[in-house]
Design a binder for this molecule. Structure first.
Ligand code: MRU
Length: 353
């Protein structure tokens, strides 16, 4: 039993777990070019906000090694163009532009192309390693909140394979397993592309955590029927006031948690906060292609040319969130006050590239 990893850097090559093929095929693929990385992100071969940021950082740093110029001005111009290209791959997860901005900043602080190339690679590695550490800390804080709870529901995959390791929402389950605390996790399948069924169920099975799959529409019934004690989810972008974008269906769970009187926790590293926006209305919501809804595994389940609305994320107003768990601690309401108190000195804003 072991916790699966989705991103591997061996000092020269970027290797990712092809999450499109899970759970039936475990295939690692090499990403060589910026275009490979862009394609891997938009096709969800790599997905989950922190994993997208880490992969993009490696992609940009690798691509920069091939720039032919010795002029720092030209170097930064090409770097910025490539960062913008990658940054447009998925709009909601702020970790993507956060990571790319970190690389741009590092490169802009030196006046030698050779040094910049070296620092870009180093920064990508720092982002990768720091995310594992963050997730471990999130897991510790989440475990402290779940200490007297066993039955917990989640949606999508905010797990090890969505991050460097451990995950955010799934971190307490992996850490709990290592320490002999047995959770009973209920995973919503997560329509339209089944990150819950394909990824969370697989990942938790890999580390020996008890997991039960339900369809998204079974959540309300299951909370009552199985005595769910808490819900924990990840995040793609958290505004200054705590409003949180996460996989479509998260809002339903937050409302259910409020009605049933159980805690609703959001687990996310500080790189997922966007302090440049005041509330969730400013979060861009990715809309994906109709086929994700009209087809399953290439088979049509709806009439040809059916009109479709396919938002990949929704925004949960912070009033439904019991607490936000970061690597630095647990944030409770008042979110406007407490988010900036915990994070304002330590993270960069998620402004555009
Ligand atoms: O479309 P996806 O699979 O990238 O969506 C992922 C999620 O919504 C996750 O919950 C979020 O990115 C947090 S991952 C630690």
């Amino acid at each position: 039993m072991s916790i699966p990893l989705s991103i591997k850097w061996d000092g020269k090559q970027l290797i990712i777990l092809d999450q499109q093929k899970l759970p039936h095929e475990i295939v690692y693929i090499k990403l060589d070019t910026l275009k490979d990385v862009y394609e891997a992100i938009i096709t969800l071969k790599v997905r989950g906000a922190p994993a997208i940021g880490i992969t993009a950082a490696y992609g940009l740093a690798m691509e920069a090694q091939s720039y032919k110029t010795n002029s720092m001005i030209d170097f930064l111009e090409i770097l910025k163009k490539d960062a913008i290209y990658l940054g447009e791959s998925r709009p909601t997860a702020v970790n993507l532009v956060w990571a790319l901005n970190r690389l741009l900043r590092v490169a802009s602080q030196v006046d030698s192309v050779t040094v910049a190339k070296q620092l870009l690679m180093e920064e990508a590695i720092v982002i990768h390693l720091a995310d594992e550490e963050s997730c471990r800390n999130i897991g510790e804080f989440a475990l402290s909140l779940l200490v007297d709870k066993t039955k917990v529901m989640t949606i999508c995959n905010a797990g090890s394979i969505a991050t460097a390791k451990y995950g955010t929402a799934l971190a307490p389950f992996h850490l709990g397993k290592e320490r002999g605390k047995e959770f009973e996790v209920f995973a919503c399948e997560t329509r339209p592309v089944f990150q819950g069924a394909r990824l969370t169920v697989w990942e938790l099975q890999q580390s020996g955590v008890d997991v039960t799959l339900i369809t998204d529409s079974m959540a309300a019934h299951t909370i009552g029927a199985k005595g769910i004690e808490a819900i924990i989810v990840g995040a793609d972008r958290i505004a200054k006031n705590g409003d949180t974008a996460n996989k479509i269906g998260t809002l339903n769970l937050a409302i259910l948690a409020t009605v049933y009187g159980i805690p609703f926790y959001v687990a996310a590293p500080s790189s997922t906060f966007d302090l440049s926006i005041n509330n969730g209305e400013e979060i861009p919501i990715e809309e994906r292609k109709a086929e994700e809804i009209t087809h399953i595994n290439g088979n049509a389940i709806a009439p040809i040319d059916t009109k479709v609305f396919n938002p990949a994320f929704d925004v949960t107003p912070s009033k439904y969130i019991t607490a936000i768990i970061t690597e630095k601690g647990i944030i409770y309401p008042d979110y406007v006050k407490n988010i900036s108190a915990q994070l304002v000195d330590t993270i960069e804003k998620g402004e555009g590239l």
